[in-house]
Write a protein that binds this ligand. Sequence first.
Ligand code: CTP
Length: 400
Amino acid sequence: MQCIVIGVSGGIAAYKAVELSRQFILHGFDVKVIMTEHATHLVGPATFRAITGNNVSVSMFAEGSAPMQHISLARDADLVVVAPATANIIAKMAHGLADDLLSTTLLATRAPILIAPAMNLDMYRHTATRANLEILRGRGVNVVGPESGSLACGEEGEGRMTEPARILDAALEILGHDTRLSGRKVLVTAGGTREPIDPVRYIGNRSSGKMGYALAVAARHAGARVTLISGPVSVEPPGGIELIEVETAADMRREVMEKSKDCDVVVMAAAVADFTPVSLSEEKIKKEGREGLTLELVPTSDILGELGKDRRRGQIVVGFAAETEGLLENAAKKLREKGADLMVANDVSIPGSGFDSDNNKAALVFADGRVLELDMMPKGELAAKVWDMVVALLESNDAQ
Ligand code: CTP
């Protein structure tokens, strides 16, 4: 497991380092936090301890702490991230000062260093700070931000710490992780919808959610910011992803239409109900005195069709086609009718593939007529293949 040492210095943005620690944990890193004494006045070490599961180091000489803590932390780190980095810690780093645990660790480490400056506009503009940052850059220290916006001091301008998700992306890039979807926003739908008949019954679509969740996780691993809109599923919610839970096709449509507006990619992996009861019985429908029961159903809106027809420029739309016969022809027809760029076509009649299974056998059908027939593979692997194709489509859109 790779280890990130996060150095938290005493800026108001110290509270954002809590979210940053959480994001690294969700990405599977071991996170060790060093706080400066000033930072402890802004956020409690207990918060970081609870999130990271590791002790938080503040002082070189704390009772019970290891004698050569700065050396062990410096060696453990695959990357040291200083967030927020105040003008003071930047100055200390630039001049090799080592008067507390964080500055000493920074001097002792051989790991790459990433800093996220955060300070008042005038402090950031000051010739001293500018010169110190130049020294650090020249030494190979990575700097992310700061951003412009409203500052804690009430002024507007450059000095805000970069958002945790972007600091994480920068860290992943330094560590050589996949960043092909960095800076992209993607929306994935998963699971089946439930159309209520009465307070206890519904019409549902078979779907474990495994494929959609695998797609969301794979997109996050490639650096995307991911929103997952999910019907009820049997899988655990993945970390580092915005999860919106819905029940009905109408709920899913509303959320997808709202959330897709600023997304670069939308993948409709959900099994959306095609029909919904015309009316919902307020009371439980009783069996007594009934020979049978006829339900009147009306069609739901075709979300993928709507997305395909009315999309923002350059947005990539991917659909799924679950078929029991005529797989490629039906998928190509759906692609044309719904205006998608890519359809992932599943033959759901194959045993061990599709619904509830961990594997899937699929063919990828493209708008330009290309067809890529894939072998049976784990859903995680298929998800990675789908993103390979989407990355290529995004790049060709960017080139136009
Ligand atoms: N889909 C959707 N909205 C619906 C129904 C389906 O967005 N109301 C999406 C699914 O998420 C999937 C694609 O459309 O990405 C194809 O779904 P599928 O059920 O295979 O196709 P349908 O269009 O419903 O056609 P049919 O059920 O007749 O095969």
